[in-house]
Structures are given as C-alpha cells and as structure tokens.
Write a protein that binds this ligand. Structure first.
Ligand code: SAH
Ligand code: SF4
Ligand code: F3S
Length: 457
C-alpha cells in the first residue's frame, strides 16, 4: 500500500480535536498518514465549528486558499481531495457543495466511522462523484472507531458523551451534534487502558454535557459521571483525571464526592454560567439561577478548598440591560475565576434567540465585552500570582520554547515553564513557582527523581 498524505485542519471545541484524531485513526489502516502540512496532501479535511458567526465564511475562504495547493498537486499528476467535516458541514452541507465546486466530500460529526466507505466510494468513482453525508446514524460512531487511539503525548482526550438535549436558546450544538449519547463505562475504561500502556498519564473526559453522562456501568446498572470517576481512579498509571464541559444543572452528589475523595481528580472545573442575571439566564433557557450556580461553587470549595474555576460568558444577549450586565460583573467578582472565555452574543440561524426583538447594538456589546474581559484578565493574573513561591506538581508534557526547557501543566491547568532535561518529559515533577504572568507560570524543579503527585496546600 502506498502511503497517502492526510492533512486535517481543526476549529472549535475539544470534541472536534478529539474527532480529528479519531478520523486520522480510522484512515490510518487505509494508508493515510497524518501531516501538519497541506503541500502534497492526498486528502484535506476541514473539521469546522458553527458556534459563532462567520463560521461558514471562514470555511469558504480557507477552501479558496487551499486551491493553489490542489493545482500544484494536479500539475505533478496527483489528486488532492477536499472534505468538509464538523458542525458547519452538518448545518450547511448542501450549501457548501453548491457554492464550492472543489469540495469533494461533506460529512457531519456522527458519520466519521463511515469514512473508509465514503472514501472508497469516492475513489472508485474516480473522483467524479461528490459525497454528502449528514445523517445521524442509529449506531454510535464510537462503536466503530479503532479500539486504540494513536497517542500524541502524555495527556489525552477521551470522549465519553456527545450531543446535547438542553437547547439553550442561543446555541447550535443540539442541532449540529444531535441528541445526548453516553458511551458504556467498559469502552471508556478500555480506551484509557490502551492510552496508559502507551505512556499517557492524564485523561480529560470530554462531552458537550459531560456531567450529564449516564452510561452502562460495569455492574449492569446505569452509572453517573461521579461513579465513573471513582472507577477510573482504580486504573494503575492514570495520575490525573479531568472532565469538560459541564453544565450547572448536572452536578450530582457522587461528582461532589469524587472531588473530595479522588486525589487523581484535578481541583479545576470548567463550569460555564454564561450570565449573572436571572432574567437573562431564563431567556437563555439555562434552567438555573445565578444563586444556584454560586451554591455549586461554594459546595465544591467546601469539599476541596484549592478548587479553581473557569467559565464561558456571553455579553449582549437579546434584552440585556446595563443592570443585567452588572449582575454578570458581580458574579464574576464573587467567584474569582482562574480563567474564562467571553464572547459577544452572535445570532445563529435556526435558534430561538436569533428571532428575539431586542437585539443589543454592536457598540454596547463591544463596551461590555471589554469591561468583562478587563476584569477576567485581572482575576486570571491574580490567580496565577497566588501560586508564587508555592511548590506544585507539574506534568511535563511538551518541549519548551528554548533548548533545555520543558513545558507542563499545573493541577489548575496553568502552563508552567521549567528548565528541565528532555528525559523528564512525561514526568510529574514538584516545581517551585518563581515567576507568574497573566498567561503562564515559571518555576524550578525541586527534586530530580520523579515523586508521586501530592496535593498542593
Ligand atoms: N456545552 C457547553 C458549551 C458549548 S459552546 C455549555 O453548555 O456551556 C461553547 C461556548 O460558546 C458556550 O459556553 C457559549 O459561551 C458560547 N456560545 C455558544 N453559542 C453562542 C452564540 N450564539 N453567541 C455567542 N457565544 C456563544
Ligand atoms: Fe449549547 Fe446549552 Fe447544550 Fe451547552 S448546554 S451545548 S450551551 S445548548
Ligand atoms: Fe463548534 Fe461544534 Fe464544538 S459548533 S464548539 S465544533 S460542538
């Protein structure tokens, strides 16, 4: 089999990053080897995101830029296939094929296990047919992925849940990803064991609503995410467990218990609240209040005092007044986030909020976003500074900027730069923090021998 070159470009959330890796895994047995470069590729997949505006335009301009690479490949007597995958493919599949004649294949997020078949059909028609597949097949794609993920470092994503039944009034995800689905515990455990055998030490459990996971347990009952985490804690060699993204409505007793009792579960949680005003939360269809959210934060901090939080925020949601915005600012102040993502509200076709009468002007959105981000960045800087002088366990998972440097992550997902020899790659080392900025920490390794991970005070 001659080796073929595969280039995947990924936008959007971690689920898309995971999907891109699994597409590469599915295509490997067909002779496709992944490459960071587009030049000379036999197949290019754009794995797209539809969450905010200009998503579709971004795809078309990328396709435009890719054309010259295709022409070069053709001049050399080869062929470069263009495929569009992900959430834009799901939402705008037919439109993409109509508008850009160079696109050969369009397939949605739930069809990736069918890639070999789709590619074979396309190849056997000698590239003369175009493929459009935006089905939601009854069988979950996860059941048809290779059991093993090719590993890419010491930290890995494992999708445990996909899809969303929540229908927040601004969001396209329930339409592009489909209904909630939870993988069985046995499959998740087996995927993680394979990863550990290849050197992975940290796993992030992924899902659009990961704490809504309710899958078949090992004992023929349905488990919740907390129960799953207790089981994962039994796996030898799995030193760090994380999960994202969570919804405030799906926090449950067993998950709180896991945060108190499972040392491998990192003291950091991405728990998007979106807004601080109850009126806006209601029209967003979030089905929780600001106070409900604060109670979750306090309960977790009582259980685990070093717990840190991140969130997503939307400013300028239809109907948002200055008073509503101040409620967001107040909530941010009360929580004291370690990190956060904030966005201007973007009207998404087909979502209820897009039709709301009281859209907020761009000027006001800009001003509110700036005020919010100034506060969030200051809090992030302060959170990082709070680690100055502390000794914390750092998983060294990539090369640093300069020779003799490695980069790693703290329990709170901060990037940490340390002077360290390459042989320490993949180790969890105690590092004393000597410098902090808004975006990262710098530190010195305390001992050279790897020691087991300890909780920072
Ligand atoms: N499942 C996650 C979030 C998925 S989308 C959750 O429930 O929190 C990631 C983030 O994009 C959201 O948290 C939200 O802040 C933002 N987002 C989604 N739709 C948006 C829209 N129409 N305009 C602006 N931001 C949006
Ligand atoms: Fe979108 Fe809401 Fe579902 Fe998150 S919970 S994916 S924001 S609909
Ligand atoms: Fe984007 Fe789809 Fe993820 S819209 S955020 S890639 S679920």
């Amino acid at each position: 089999m001659t080796a073929k070159k595969l280039h995947i470009k990924t936008w959007g959330c971690q689920m898309n990053v995971y999907d891109s890796q699994r597409m590469a895994d599915v295509l490997a047995p067909l002779g496709y080897a992944e490459s960071d470069e587009i030049e000379g590729a036999d197949l290019v997949i754009l794995n797209t995101c539809h969450i905010r505006e200009k998503a579709t335009e971004k795809v078309f301009s990328e396709l435009g830029r890719m054309r010259k690479h295709r022409a070069e490949k053709e001049k050399a007597g080869g062929k470069m296939a263009f495929a569009v995958a992900g959430c834009v493919a799901q939402a705008e599949g037919a439109e993409i094929l109509r508008r850009d004649k160079n696109v050969d294949m369009v397939f949605g997020p739930q069809t990736y296990h069918k890639l070999p078949e789709m590619i074979a059909n396309w190849e056997s028609a000698n590239g003369k047919t175009r493929i459009l597949n935006t089905e939601f097949p009854p069988e979950p794609k996860f059941d048809h992925f290779p059991a093993e993920q090719a590993t890419r470092g010491t930290s890995a994503f494992v999708a445990v849940q996909e899809g969303c039944d929540k229908f927040c009034s601004f969001c396209v995800v329930p339409y592009t990803r489909g209904a909630e689905y939870s993988r069985p515990a046995a499959d998740i455990i087996s995927e993680i064991k394979h990863l550990i055998a290849k050197g992975v030490r940290e796993v992030t459990l992924l899902g659009q609503n990961v704490n809504a996971w309710h899958g078949d347990g090992l004992d023929d009952t349905t488990w919740d995410l907390g129960r799953l985490i207790f089981q994962l804690a039994e796996i030898n060699g799995l030193d760090r467990i994380r999960y994202m993204t969570s919804h405030p409505r799906d926090m449950h007793d067993m998950l709180y218990r896991a945060h108190g009792e499972v040392p491998q579960l990192m003291p950091y949680l991405h728990l998007p609240v979106q807004h601080g005003s109850d009126k806006i939360l209601e029209t967003m269809n979030r089905k929780h209040t600001a106070d409900d959210y604060m109670r979750i934060i306090h309960r977790l901090r009582d259980i685990r005092p070093d717990m840190a939080f991140s969130s997503d925020f939307i400013v300028g949601f239809p109907g948002e007044t200055d008073a509503d915005h101040r409620a967001t600012m107040k909530l941010v102040d009360e929580v004291g986030y370690a990190a956060a993502y904030s966005f201007k509200y973007s009207r998404r076709p087909g979502t209820p909020a897009a039709k709301a009468g009281k859209q907020v002007s761009e000027d006001i959105k800009d001003r509110r976003l700036q005020e919010l981000q100034t506060k969030l960045y200051a809090d992030q800087t302060a959170f990082n500074a709070s680690k100055l002088g502390m000794t914390i366990p750092v998983l060294l998972d990539r090369k640093g900027r300069n020779d003799g440097q490695l980069q790693g992550h703290s329990p709170w997902l901060q990037t940490v730069n340390v002077a360290a020899p390459d042989r320490l790659m993949g180790q969890i080392m105690d590092v004393t923090i000597t410098k902090t900025t808004q975006n990262s920490l710098t530190g010195e390794i305390v001992t050279i021998a790897p020691i087991s991970e300890i909780h920072a005070a």
